[in-house]
Write a protein of this length. Structure first.
Length: 273
């Protein structure tokens, strides 16, 4: 309730003035940030939203219905000096007389298997999701929190960085990379270029490498920029209408280095008005 009241009180205000850079990395004007960038810093709210929204990508899973029920079994009962668990019938076969179907036997059914009925989808209130997005946007304007995430920020740049709408039409990877270097993000790109091998069993479970997260570019319309930036490690592109907390706070840690276009800022301001 504290966040909701605080954000509503910010309506009618602007979040400050930031310079707008052209494709050559030179300042060509200024623009006002929406009032939403003045939202209070609430990392707990962002973390809750990220955890809940990540559950929406999970898929129900469960054990096969016939798992461990492959054999015909019966208990021999007392009088044999052996345990009275269910034993495989099939006289004359190597498996005859061995335990089967029960959890304690080799090849038996699972004890507590995963069930597809398990509730893994966590709901999130619409207002709570909007407020979490507003708070995550406010973190992108804080140099302290962006640096805390490990991003390399140019000393002469005001956060968030705003680039003209011409960036949406870039279609070559080398053009996008050159633009980021002109904006002073050479060290940031170098930081994201290294890829580490994960320690532990995850190496053989489809997540062998750990990739660092780099700049996020928010545009009004993706006219080829997303495909061009796809080959630059750590760089992501998203349209303002699809922007979510998952983009702004990877790993539930807000403060991602974000680049906006003026039109994208306008869309975000109208979306969260």
């Amino acid at each position: 309730m504290y966040v909701q009241t605080s954000v509503l009180k910010l309506k009618g205000k602007d979040g400050g003035v930031v310079p707008v850079y052209n494709l050559e990395g030179e300042q060509e004007g200024e623009t006002k940030l929406p009032h939403i960038f003045l939202a209070p810093k609430r990392e707990d709210l962002v973390r809750r939203a990220v955890v809940h929204m990540l559950t929406h990508t999970l898929q129900p899973k469960g054990a096969m219905k016939g798992s461990g029920h492959k054999y015909s079994v019966e208990s021999w009962g007392p009088g044999y000096g052996i345990a009275r668990i269910a034993r495989i019938r099939g006289r004359g076969t190597p498996k005859y007389g061995s335990g089967g179907m029960v959890p304690s036997a080799v090849g038996g059914r699972p004890t507590h298997p995963p069930v597809p009925e398990k509730k893994i989808h966590k709901g999130l209130n619409k207002k709570e999701r909007r407020l979490a997005l507003a708070v995550a946007l406010a973190y992108t304007a804080s140099r302290e929190h962006v640096a805390e995430r490990g991003h390399r920020i140019p000393e002469d740049k005001t956060l968030p960085i705003v680039v003209s709408d011409e960036v949406e039409a870039l279609k070559k990877t080398r053009e996008v990379k050159a633009l980021l270097e002109r904006l002073g993000l050479t060290d940031e790109l170098r930081r994201c270029a290294t890829r580490k091998v994960r320690a532990g069993k995850g190496k053989r479970r489809g997540r062998r490498y750990k990739q660092r997260v780099g700049p996020l570019i928010v545009v009004a319309n993706d006219r080829g920029l997303g495909e061009a930036a796809d080959n630059i490690p750590g760089v992501d592109v998203v349209e303002a209408r699809n922007l979510s907390v998952l983009h702004l706070a990877p790993g539930a840690k807000p403060g991602r280095l974000t680049i906006f276009t003026p039109t994208a800022l306008q869309i975000i301001g109208e979306r969260l008005a």
